[in-house]
Design a protein around this ligand. Sequence first.
Ligand code: GRF
Length: 212
Amino acid sequence: MLNVVVLVSGGGTNLQAILDKISSGELTNTRISAVISNNEGAYALTRAECAGIPAECISPKQFETREQFHQALLAGVKKYAPDLVVLAGFLVILPPELIAEYKNRILNIHPSLIPSFCGTGYYGLKVHEAVLARGVKLTGATVHFVDESTDTGPILLQKAVEVKQGDTVKQLQQRVMEEAEWEILPKAIHAVANGTVRFEDGKAWILEGEAQ
Ligand code: GRF
């Protein structure tokens, strides 16, 4: 059973997608042991509580220094001894100590096809604003392992989504969440939980035929 801690900052729709796939049996061998948010008002915490999952807020506002916050977040995650840490709409830069502690055991969902529209400053609606401003016809979402930089770790899964003429930023964000994020993040966790992820030359793959 894969023990997972999910880090969240906002509405928690990606968290909900994970919980729903566990309930439906599509995501197996997985237990969400805790949900931690940097934002005490995050509706994602409510979603966790409704699902009977321990939910807590560890916010930079609770500490005098960023270093103290980093130590508290690391301790807060380690307390649950996760096999995997999932960043589901988590908008805080991770402490280097956390990344080192969980090398190749942290997954992040990014709402674009990396390496497009990613890196510093590209998060949430800003990603979709840039997509519409550039006029690309395809966007999508990416699940990748987290390394020391922003959105640069090994890509595990991606799914493309059509950009439609006249899309508003919100309409595009919703389509990317519905058609891509909420599908590939649970699939990626399922692959880790069922031992079908392979690393080759610094690249991550799911064994053929396994990413159902
Ligand atoms: C999503 O677009 C996610 O990709 C981004 O934050 C948005 C909200 O995520 N990182 P959620 O509803 O909190 O899961």
